[in-house]
Design a protein around this ligand. Structure first.
Ligand SMILES: NC(=O)c1ccc[n+]([C@@H]2O[C@H](COP(=O)([O-])OP(=O)(O)OC[C@H]3O[C@@H](n4cnc5c(N)ncnc54)[C@H](O)[C@@H]3O)[C@@H](O)[C@H]2O)c1
Ligand SMILES: [Zn+2]
Length: 445
């Protein structure tokens, strides 16, 4: 049986926090729906000290941001974007439209049709998370979305140059400097100055993730992508305490509500990792966020064997799972609930977050039980169609359809079939349902 060497002080408090966030978001969205741009401007002023005439960046303002970055900065952003675009294209190519003759004369198919307008949220409250611009905007463009709108909050009182550069280079059509609930609310509901989008994507803090959740239905969303979570699965062959500690704190740094969990078969490794974490917290510049996250939500679990680690990891369903064990592929082959896997000590979550090419917008809060992360497929609607090519096929399907409608008592549906059976050459099939069939056939006769 697994033993917990450490639990988070606040792991069990999450539901109360979520209720407060839910109520704040409900009020804010209702206000945006009622008062549009005025509500948006007020909220932006209140939360971000930012209330310009227009939230939309002009070409001049975009160029100003690009000019603030060095040639190396721009090259690095372009390298990351090339990796993300390349893998997104490979994934797009794996999705095929189909058209097949399933019965003689019956043709069924589906087409993958991009949504017309996507709103991409790029988080920027605590850090200017430019990588999220590649993940959402490029992926939408590779999927073929014609209108890609993107919002990021101001950083330290003005547009974050690196985020804006990433949004521009990724190919965004409209760039707004706007954060939080007001950004996703404005994109989804539309205001006098922002036309509404068809779907919202991208990660964000608890407010942003909850706003997307509440707006779902009004618009589509990619997935529930809230505060970052990381799980490190390790043993003494694949990892050591310093590496495990570095990788746990590296993601705990996202914010004080980011869980970081170590799951290991080695108590010695577990204890060494905990010591290394205390040491690193004295030197890590972002220790304020990471230290609180570790105290409040950090966990250390010692399991008996790899099979038990798979069971516990699937139960946790973490957004990120790093596997540094003797046989990482065992987890690839056996785990079912995770946002993304990082296999072996040579890679880590940061590579995925920033540059390697897989998408970093991933499911949190156990959403990994039912979805993977953001990818081109999320922007595509798989829409079916059908054609019946011959009279005989129409009559054949019609006879089955008519009898099945009878079983359901659907007179009108049955008549849709019957009229075709009569016209296209099959024998006339009287409606066999409970509603007055003769009256219906008589209309057509
Ligand atoms: N799941 C993923 O794929 C993924 C990927 C990257 C980042 N993330 C997460 O994104 C988040 C980024 O969070 P962030 O806060 O730095 O930036 P953010 O852009 O998500 O949120 C900042 C906005 O929050 C709003 N806000 C702040 N306090 C508020 C309050 N009390 N009431 C209402 N609104 C408020 C402000 O308007 C501000 O613009 C982190 O939690 C990180 O873990 C998740
Ligand atoms: Zn991260």
């Amino acid at each position: 049986m697994a033993r917990w060497l450490k639990r988070g002080d606040k792991t069990n408090e999450k539901p109360t926090v979520l209720t407060q966030v839910r109520e704040t978001v409900e009020r804010a969205l209702a206000d945006i729906a009622a008062r549009g741009d005025d509500a948006v401007r007020e909220m932006s002023g209140k939360f971000d000290g930012w209330a310009p005439e227009s939230f939309l960046l002009s070409d001049r303002e975009k160029q100003d941001c690009l000019d603030q970055l060095s040639a190396q900065d721009l090259k690095d952003i372009e390298f990351a974007q090339t990796q993300v675009r390349n893998f997104a294209r490979i994934q797009r190519d794996s999705m095929k439209d189909v058209e097949v003759e399933t019965l003689p004369g019956v043709v069924l198919g589906h087409r993958n049709v991009p949504v017309n307008a996507a709103g991409c949220y790029v988080p920027g409250g605590k850090y200017p998370l430019l990588a999220s611009a590649h993940m959402s905007v490029i992926t939408a463009k590779v999927a073929g979305v014609p209108r890609v709108v993107t919002c990021a909050p101001p950083f330290q009182g003005k547009p974050a140059p690196a985020i804006v550069a990433a949004q521009v280079l990724a190919g965004a059509d409209e760039i707004y400097v706007l954060g939080g609930i007001q950004a996703v609310g404005a994109m989804a509901l539309g205001t006098a100055s922002i036309a509404p989008v068809d779907m919202l994507v991208g990660p964000g803090n608890a407010f942003v993730a909850e706003a997307k959740r509440q707006l779902y239905g009004k618009v589509g969303i990619d997935l529930f992508a809230g505060p970052t979570e990381t799980l490190v699965i390790a043993d003494e062959i694949g990892c050591d305490g310093e590496l495990a500690a570095t990788d746990l704190l590296g993601q705990a740094e996202h914010g004080p509500d980011s869980p970081a969990i170590l799951l290991t078969t080695s108590e010695a490794l577990a204890r060494d990792t905990m010591r290394q974490i205390e040491r690193l917290l004295t030197i890590l510049p972002t220790a304020a966020h990471a230290g609180r996250a570790w105290a409040d939500y950090g966990e250390v679990i010692v399991a008996q064997d790899d099979a038990e680690m798979v069971r516990i990891a699937d139960e946790i369903a973490s957004e990120h799972v790093q596997v540094m064990t003797a046989d990482p592929d065992y987890f690839l082959n056996n785990m079912t609930n995770y946002g993304a896997l990082f296999l072996g000590a040579r890679t880590n979550v940061s590579y995925g977050d920033k540059v390697i090419g897989t998408n970093h917008t991933l499911p949190t809060g156990k959403a990994a039980r039912y979805t993977g992360g953001l990818w081109v497929g999320k922007f595509l609607k798989t829409c079916t169609y059908q054609k019946v090519m011959t009279d005989a096929a129409s009559a054949l399907v019609g006879e089955y359809c008519s009898r099945l409608c009878g079983l359901e008592g659907f007179a009108g549906h049955g008549e849709q079939a019957n009229i075709r059976v009569r016209r296209y050459g099959g024998v006339d099939v009287p409606y066999a349902g409970t509603a007055a069939p003769s009256a219906l056939t008589a209309v057509d006769a």
